[in-house]
Design a protein around this ligand. Structure first.
Ligand code: ZN
Length: 433
């Protein structure tokens, strides 16, 4: 839905002056207005509305984007998730504009749309190709996903990556996609706190865990694999070295797991380059990201691009990559791409495995239809009428869940955005039972 606004000529002129990237479009509007000499009703697309961001409220439903609740220039709403989203998005846009000269995620002033209060007990945040979405958490392990500003920076960076290198969201290129989001999320947090690379805590998602969870954060860029160790969550699975690269069919090939390797390379480079992470190593990583990489770039290829962009810091950057086991080497093809998911087959069992969310956690459940389980009859009916061959596979989206279904031997892997109502119900019954 596009916004309908009454835009007087003087406002168009001011917009043109303040937003050079939109000047051509605005000039056309002005030329047209010169004939009319009246205020006119224009249909202004969201991306050209002149607003840098808008926060919406989904009211715990799943319809996006939801009701508009805050725009730039408006005072704090009093809803903490709304205000955290507003401040985080504004801060991330300022990081990209001030340090890298980038005008929003598309470098053409697109309005960033963010929605909070998505669904109920929703333990995730994601970029769906159009907008940012944040859940409030389940209230037991996770609180709201806007509570850590690096999560806001992480999600907006997925939009930047999509519009630049377009790194394929699986295997090594997917782990790089994830890592780059952690890199600039972390740069944002340190910038807002006025910290340099040495002072930064390098934690991703600190503040998301509720009291009682044994963990500092979801990921630790300086010490991958040590962020949490909790009876409910297990242990942080991130490797810190290429020797420990995890081959898995979960999580689009472990994109939230293997990102630990390039994350640590950035942290080491940021400390070696010195100064603020955003203005030091961050500039080098940004130049690599926007320098014409192929979508299947692997760790070695990205490392080579950062070394090439590092100027006087080339040796320090190369040393950072070598420390995590990566030898910078350009023009290598995408290694480590995962085979398609293939859950164990079984005749009268329904199994659902969910992976791929921001937190990198896996939920797995199974129900034996022949056992005495109250969910059995409804599941049997659902399995009877679901034809997995009709389900769209589709491209994975950053931080959206991926579901692997095994319906009595029929298997399929389905990204969250392509779940049918029946599959959603199966997942809900099997995972929440
Ligand atoms: Zn992500």
């Amino acid at each position: 839905m596009s916004a309908r606004c009454i835009v007087p000529p003087y406002l168009l002129q001011r917009l043109a002056e303040s937003r050079p990237e939109a000047a051509a479009w605005l000039e056309r509007q002005l030329a047209h207005d010169d004939d009319v000499r009246l205020q006119r009703t224009l249909t202004v697309p969201a991306a050209a509305s002149g607003e840098s961001w808008v926060v919406h409220d989904a009211g715990h439903g799943s319809t996006l984007p939801g009701r508009v609740v805050r725009r730039p220039g408006q005072p704090a709403s009093g809803d903490v998730a709304v205000d955290e989203a507003a401040e985080g998005v504004a801060g991330a846009l300022a990081l990209y504009a001030d340090v890298y000269g980038r005008d929003s995620y598309d470098d053409a002033g697109a309005t960033v749309v963010a929605t909070v209060h998505y669904e109920r007990d929703y333990d995730n945040a994601f970029w769906n190709g159009t907008q940012l979405v944040f859940g409030d958490g389940d209230g037991e392990v996770f609180g709201r996903f806007t509570a850590a500003v690096d999560v806001l920076g992480h999600e907006l960076t997925h939009a930047v990556t999509e519009r630049t290198a377009g790194l394929a969201y699986e295997g090594q290129s997917g782990a790089l996609n994830e890592s780059i989001s952690d890199v600039f999320g972390s740069c944002l947090k340190q910038r807002l706190l006025g910290q340099d690379a040495v002072a930064g805590d390098w934690l991703i998602g600190a503040g998301l865990f509720l009291p009682g969870v044994q963990g500092r954060a979801l990921r630790d860029m300086a010490h991958p694999g040590t962020a949490y160790d909790d009876p409910r969550l297990g242990q942080d699975p991130q490797p810190a070295h290429l020797d420990d690269y995890v081959e898995t069919t979960d999580d689009n090939g472990g994109v939230h797991i293997n990102s630990g390797i390039p994350n640590r390379a950035f942290q080491l480079a940021a400390v070696a380059v010195g100064g603020s992470s955003a203005e030091g190593a961050g500039r080098i990583w940004y130049a690599a990201l926007t320098g014409g990489l192929s979508s299947r770039t692997d760790f070695a290829g990205f490392a080579a691009a950062t070394v090439a962009a590092a100027g006087e810091h080339a040796d320090a950057v190369e040393e950072a990559w070598r420390t995590v086991g990566v030898t910078p080497q350009s023009a290598t093809s995408g290694a480590g791409q995962p085979p398609p998911a293939s859950p164990e087959r079984s005749e009268r069992t329904v199994r659902v495995r969910r992976s791929g969310g921001f937190a990198g956690l896996v939920a797995d459940g199974r129900v034996d239809l022949d056992a005495d389980d109250t969910r059995g009859p409804e599941l049997a009916q659902l399995v009877d009428r679901i034809d997995l061959r009709e389900v769209r596979a589709g491209e994975p989206r950053p931080d959206m869940y991926v579901y692997a279904f095994d319906l009595c031997g029929d298997t399929a892997t389905v990204p969250e955005q392509h779940l049918t109502a029946d599959l959603r119900r199966v997942a809900s019954l099997v995972l929440e039972g």
